[in-house]
Design a protein around this ligand. Sequence first.
Ligand code: PEP
Ligand code: MN
Length: 355
Amino acid sequence: MIIPKNPQLTDEEFQIIKKIVNEFGCDVTPIPGETMTVYAIRGDERNELMINRLEGLPFVAKVDTIQSPYKLMDIKSELSKNRFKIAGKTPGEELIVIAGHCTIDPKNPQLFLETAHAIKEAGADVLRGGVWKPRTSPHTYQGDSKAIEILLEARDTYNIPVITEVMDEEQLEIAIASKVDMIQIGARNALNYSLLKKIGELTQFSRIPVLLKRGMHMGPVDEFICAAEYIVSHGNPNVVLCPRGTVPTINGYRNYPDECITPLLKQKTWAPVIVDPSHSVGRSIYVPHAALAAIAYGADGLIIETHIKSQEGIGDDPKQAIHPSTLAQIIEDAKPLFYNVKKYQKTYMSELQNA
Ligand code: PEP
Ligand code: MN
């Protein structure tokens, strides 16, 4: 990664750098942050001659050559200084709660609007609503682009930012054109590298936060972090990691709850962690336990399927959505826990950074 002396390179300086890295078979992508732009070298950046030539340039402060498969996501990367906000909150400083329907029912917009109102009253920061749905069976409801209008109406009516999942480039373009506040990449697409690259490219300058769910078949934690590296290396540093349960399942739960990987993620990478307890345990009665466990493990926030009348919902809602009154209780209980747990996290993170 190239760190410039000034907050960003001029076009002319960028072209000089591009020419050098191209000579060594690499490419370079600007990664704009809040206060400065860094430049990711894509490819094998360990060539000493290339590094020497880059470091010899008067406008380059340094070239970081972290030996890690996820050199940008790495806790030691310059990007650990990158800060961004979700609903006006800096992750890590305040608890962030995302709540709403698994699936927006286009036939019943009123239900979604009522939920939006109720989750805002309950203290949620961001409203979730599935427009396009990755369903296991092709015979079940697959989503409908019209539902995005309902999502936007709820945002405008209740003045709350919104997140929705996209599964392909066309949906991504619609979501970006609709100015959604956050984009979700679901478990099924967590290893769709072409889509991850495309998201990085198309959100490079807007830097819309991207919530990346952990793939349910993902093995090592590093595989998850590398998936996020695809988004960052293509231009958008504002990624959030979201454990949501994996397979094999625990008999009785939808998946194998994996909020316990949060401290590992915190040690390896700077990215905020927002846990999804809904898809992990898969039943509303277990969700408060999994949600508070996630906070105890040091998560920065929660994304919880919540519905005003879950039995009238579609998709996952009848089974796993909690009521907004339960959400309010979870938020009340989670807040003091969040601040207590951050104490422990700060200690081991500073030990790690000084190691
Ligand atoms: C969802 O959030 O409704 C969803 C489909 O999530 P996941 O990708 O984690 O299954
Ligand atoms: Mn769902």
